[in-house]
Design a protein. Structure first.
Length: 364
């Protein structure tokens, strides 16, 4: 181990201890092979020197032979799905989906009102049974049985909205409102023709015109209930985009309520990471890439970056499969390229930001 001035740092040097900023923020963990990007990050914190190991590693290319997966070892996903905690959540989730389905269908088919407060209480109780936001995100990612189900989607979005509102430091009361926004945002979809909702291919312009009416239908349906205006407006505006490209009204920026902006992000993330009739569930990191490439204009930048940073952090120490077939563990998040973390593969540490044409294909 030796102390090295920042001016003498080189790619491949391995940190001998955690590197912290003056105010105690972790910048780079111990045992990480430095890349040009990580060195630049250290420079930005006005640190003069760090301790590195005597050994120097190459961060790329990756040795495929030394990083082959162990077929005998159960993956984290398999262990999670077989755990008693997951099975208990699954049963509670199915029960709540059933309650939501009965309530929504009673309103549409029989014009029978339901008690939105009871549904919200059941959802909040289910959330309270999970101790950490990361555990809820983990479990939701592995609930693969419901495809294109408005009821399950609404429940998922409600839980994500609750977590997201916490990340945004909303008050406890506003977190409950955010949860309600997620629960009822898409109820109007149940009035859309099923053949359009479940169509496996691209919608025609006329079909899309019909789909674009569901936010207004949602707003009309829940306006009869004693719900906060924030919940009704989120149903109306969750497909609006900050650049004016959304629907039904093409609102921009400040005309879109903060709860609508929150639901918009949660809604898209849940939809893309869940299976659909026309595709399988997308890897969260592919969705994060989509948001990075296309999101900062369409969504509130402060909301979006908060969401993405926290979502990525839930995958720290998670095993992943890369697009080249190799498997490793996420050990560090690149703050300037959230979809490209540092992955520990075999005996090497690979900064995906520095490796072209390789990304995370699956959480395993």
């Amino acid at each position: 181990m030796k102390k090295v001035l920042l001016s003498d740092l080189k790619s491949g040097m391995i940190t001998a201890e955690d590197v912290y900023s003056i105010d105690g923020q972790l910048i780079v963990p111990q045992n990480i092979a430095l890349t040009e990007n990580l060195i630049a990050r250290i420079f930005s914190f006005d640190i003069f020197s760090i301790k590195v190991q005597d050994e120097v590693l190459s961060v790329a290319p990756i040795d495929t032979a030394s990083a082959s997966p162990d077929p005998e070892q159960d993956s984290y996903v398999e262990k999670l799905r077989n755990s008693p905690e997951f099975q208990a959540f699954k049963e509670e989730f199915k029960e709540n989906v059933g309650k939501l389905q009965f309530a929504f269908n009673s309103l549409i088919e029989k014009n029978t009102e339901f008690d939105p407060g009871t549904i919200l209480e059941d959802t909040l109780e289910m959330i309270s049974h999970r101790s950490m936001p990361s555990s809820i995100m983990d479990v939701l990612l592995n609930m693969q049985e419901y495809d294109d189900c408005t009821y399950a989607h609404s429940l998922n979005v409600a839980m994500i909205c609750n977590i997201f509102a916490g990340w945004l430091h909303f008050s406890p009361q506003d977190r409950e409102i955010a949860t309600a926004c997620g629960l009822f945002h898409d109820i109007g979809k149940l009035k859309m023709p099923p053949e359009i909702i479940k169509k496996p291919g691209r919608l025609t312009p006329d079909e899309f015109k019909i789909i674009k009416t569901h936010p207004l239908e949602s707003y009309k349906m829940i306006s009869r209930f004693q719900l906060p205006d924030e919940v009704k407006n989120a149903a109306l505006m969750h497909h609006e985009r900050c650049d004016g490209s959304g629907y039904p009204y093409g609102f921009t920026g400040d005309k879109i309520t903060r709860f609508s902006k929150l639901v918009a992000i949660a809604d898209v993330y849940e939809a893309m990471t869940s299976p659909r009739v026309y595709r399988g569930a997308m890897c969260p990191f592919k969705v994060i890439t989509h948001f990075e490439n296309d999101g900062l204009q369409k969504y509130d930048p402060g909301f979006l970056l908060t969401f993405l940073e926290n979502v990525v952090n839930t995958f720290l120490n998670q095993k992943v499969r890369l697009s080249n077939g190799l498997e490793g563990t996420i050990i560090f998040v690149n703050p300037v390229a959230l979809s490209k973390p540092v992955v520990h593969i075999g005996e090497k540490f690979v900064d995906l930001q520095a490796v072209h044409d390789v990304d995370i294909a699956a959480i395993i």
